[in-house]
Every structure is written in structure tokens, then in C-alpha cells.
Design a binder for this molecule. Sequence first.
Ligand code: FES
Length: 146
Amino acid sequence: MTVNRRSVLIGLTALLEARPAFAEMTVRAPKEPWDSVKFTLRDGDNVWPGVAVRVPGAPGKPSYIYAASTICPHQGCQFEFEADYQAVGAKIGKELTNPVFHCHCHMSTYDPANAGQVIHGPAPRPPFRFEFREEGDALVITGVVT
Ligand code: FES
């Protein structure tokens, strides 16, 4: 039997669909525009790396937090939050206007300011998103939205 990243990703997807909820975990809430906080949600033997990002507001629209699993939907590599979006833009040949999630395996790039929309590369969809609530300076991660 061959086990590759794609089969692991399919297995993780099936596991997520089968589980209604995760144990909660608390991390520091990102407060400043484009501040980010990495975390790892552990649920039994399962490990879910993620990142929470403070997306800046616009006139009449407050800033908000977007939290995503950093498991790339393409083939399961772990992607990074890249504050240096101009460097990523130069690498993928696109003019980017804000920090992005970027996977170094096959260059999939996602826009955290637009619900993780795929803006470059072979990824078939945005990354899974974490549910959470803010409690003062804390961010309580409560689950994953698939
Ligand atoms: S695994 Fe991320 S782009 Fe292929």
C-alpha cells in the first residue's frame, strides 16, 4: 500500500467530517493589523497546525481575526503566513496587496483577507478554517469548519 501526502489529506478530511467538535485551546489573540499567532490544536493523537491573523479593517468595517489550518489543501504540506507579500508576489508573478498564506511545495497562495481564497497554484479550495471566540486578549479555538 502506498501512503502519500494526498492520501493523508484525504484521511484527515474524512476524520474532520466525522468529528463534530474538538477540545478547546487558548492562545494569544492577534491584536495589531496583520499580527499573527501560530498554534497547534491537539486532539487525542491528531495534531492540527494553524495560524490566526488579524485582518485590518476598512472605513466602516472593523478588523477581524481569520484562523486557518496550515495544512495545504493541495497535497498536505504545511504552508506559512507570509507578511512579506511582495517577495511572494515576485516569486509567483503576481502583484499582491496584502500578506498571504503561501505553500512552498507547489506555490499555492491563499488570501487571508478574502476567506482564504486561492489566488495562485494548484490548491482546489481554501484551507480549513478554525472556529473561535475572543475573550479579552485570548483567542479560544473551538473547532474546525470543513
Ligand atoms: S502541497 Fe501545498 S501547493 Fe502542493
